[in-house]
Design a protein around this ligand. Structure first.
Ligand SMILES: NC(=O)c1ccc[n+]([C@@H]2O[C@H](COP(=O)([O-])OP(=O)(O)OC[C@H]3O[C@@H](n4cnc5c(N)ncnc54)[C@H](OP(=O)(O)O)[C@@H]3O)[C@@H](O)[C@H]2O)c1
Length: 252
């Protein structure tokens, strides 16, 4: 199957590690040109170096907090300067925020800002470029639709699902698709170091929750993100697709 992605211009947020990094590497393998976004310069530069050594594509990095003032405009302007246009936006910057039911407002605001508002604002800045091109792909990396506890990220990611569905209908006739991918438990730092640092607890969680019997690798999700970014996925939009080894219990 040919993905026909050659020379597509892509922004990947959260590209310094984890799922964003894996998606960036697979997009590079398809000869896409990339702008990689995250806060930490050093790991971003390492991803850039790795990609440049292996693949023949243009890569630039932008070290920025996606929740900071005017980050949306700064990312758009930088990407236009580096790439000339923007075809694909991968929104992967984010993070889990488990908390108590009575967490302070500042905690809720930070979690909602990171996991919903920042990606909504950035997408809003990029849509006019895609509209002009009559082509575009937006992929949001979201999270569980089955909360087990209070987690700001769950509420924020659900907001992304609802917003993305509405947006997908409005922009569809301009050749733009908007999709969300919900990871279950994939082997990234946030899962291995923060959510499940204890190996005994990890094994118990897998036994009780994940039918395939193991945590996935970032590439298990990245290949879907790259497919959805491609021209051949033109008829899939407004979807939420789970990559979770069967963890989600309900049919819908
Ligand atoms: N892995 C999973 O199984 C899983 C499960 C559920 C949901 N998710 C979601 O999937 C996405 C990727 O997760 P991951 O597992 O790859 O997490 P990760 O390993 O913690 O990576 C998160 C990425 O986001 C960037 N980031 C975080 N805050 C940022 C900010 N304020 N501004 C700019 N960049 C920021 C981080 O880079 P810097 O630290 O350099 O800024 C990093 O590149 C997240 O939205 C997460 O909530 C993942």
């Amino acid at each position: 199957m040919q993905l026909l992605l050659n020379n597509k211009k892509c922004i990947v947020t959260g590209a310094s590690q984890g799922l964003g990094k894996a998606i960036a590497i697979l997009l590079a393998a398809e000869q896409c040109d990339l702008v990689l976004v995250a806060r930490r310069k050093k790991p971003l530069e390492e991803v850039k170096k790795f990609i440049q050594k292996k693949y023949n594509c243009n890569v630039a990095t932008l070290s920025i907090d996606v929740t900071s003032k005017n980050a949306d405009t700064k990312i758009k302007d930088f990407a236009l300067k580096q790439l000339g246009t923007i075809d694909v936006l991968i929104n992967s910057a984010g993070g889990s925020r488990p908390t108590t039911w009575d967490a302070p407002e500042s905690f809720w605001e930070e979690g909602m800002s990171l996991n919903f508002t920042a990606l909504r604002k950035l997408t809003t800045k990029i849509i006019p470029i895609m509209t002009k091109n009559k082509w575009g792909r937006v992929i949001n990396i979201t999270g569980s639709v089955e909360p087990r506890e209070v987690n700001v990220a769950n509420a924020a990611k659900s907001a992304v699902h609802a917003w993305a569905k509405g947006l997908s209908r409005v922009v569809a006739a301009n050749g733009i698709t908007i999709n969300s991918i919900s990871p279950g438990r994939l082997n990234t730092e946030q899962i291995l170091k923060r959510r499940h640092p204890n190996i005994k607890e990890r094994k118990k969680f897998i036994k009780e929750n994940i039918p395939v019997g193991y945590f996935g690798d970032p590439e298990d999700l990245a290949c879907l993100a790259v497919f959805l970014s491609s021209p051949i996925a033109r008829y899939i939009t407004g979807e939420l697709i789970h990559v979770d080894g069967g963890m989600k219990r309900f049919a819908h």
